[in-house]
Design a protein around this ligand. Sequence first.
Ligand SMILES: O=C(O)c1cc(=O)[nH]c(=O)n1[C@@H]1O[C@H](COP(=O)(O)O)[C@@H](O)[C@H]1O
Length: 279
Amino acid sequence: MTEPFGARLRQAMDERGPLCVGIDPHASLLSEWGLNDDVAGLERFSRTVVEALSDRVAVFKPQSAFFERFGSRGVAVLENTVQEARAAGALVLMDAKRGDIGSTMAAYAEAFLRKDSPLFSDALTVSPYLGYGSLSPAIALARESGAGLFVLALTSNPEGGEVQHAVRADGRNVGATMLAHLAAENTGEEPLGSFGAVVGATLGDLSTYDLDINGPLLAPGVGAQGATPADLPRVFGAAIRNVVPNVSRGVLRHGPDAGALRDSAERFADEIRSALPSA
Ligand SMILES: O=C(O)c1cc(=O)[nH]c(=O)n1[C@@H]1O[C@H](COP(=O)(O)O)[C@@H](O)[C@H]1O
């Protein structure tokens, strides 16, 4: 029986630090790395990142869109990337941001969260904007498989506010409602629940939100989007212990040299460590 994702993530964060490195093979990065914008370039890029960092980062977050761009052969590279990263000891958070009516959501869940699926990942990003309840099949399958979900709550992009800050009839805004759903999902789980929220590191002071969801908080926006590890305590307050900061381009732009990728990831990891309260 696989340990629940939350427990596996807590252990990985304790052992390796909380940094999540995104595998986002932008066409511009492939070109900067001297690779062609084709399937062979995609494969070389992804393999280089996994080989350079899989013994030290807690989590990799492959961004599915950059693989889907190449059709079925790109998806085959994504399958290999996930399997190689997991075999090398890192956790894989698939960033596919799926969300649909419940019966279709069940099929998305099978694609990423059913243990014998070729794309099986330790966790998946999902969008709750067809209603949190539409995620139920994914929550059920994640529990069965020992996997996790990261639900978009307060995203890092400036456009997110028009949906996430919208105030409901009960006076609570939509983002806060998603956090409350997740807190309920994770009730009683130790050492950490498996159902995380995505909360941008770019958002400034979030002290009006209850971030204490007993689950992980994926914090994209560090690096290329302008947030720094030093911002994290101000944004997340006491919840910082459960924050998984994601850096994609901020690390990836240092490739293709494996040593330079490692140095960059170490620098982010050090800065994050310095921002955390001493244990
Ligand atoms: O779910 C995500 O990962 C995500 C949510 C969000 O609110 N903002 C956000 O940037 N992301 C993803 O995080 C990564 C950020 O990449 P960089 O800006 O290059 O570090 C991309 O893969 C985005 O798709």
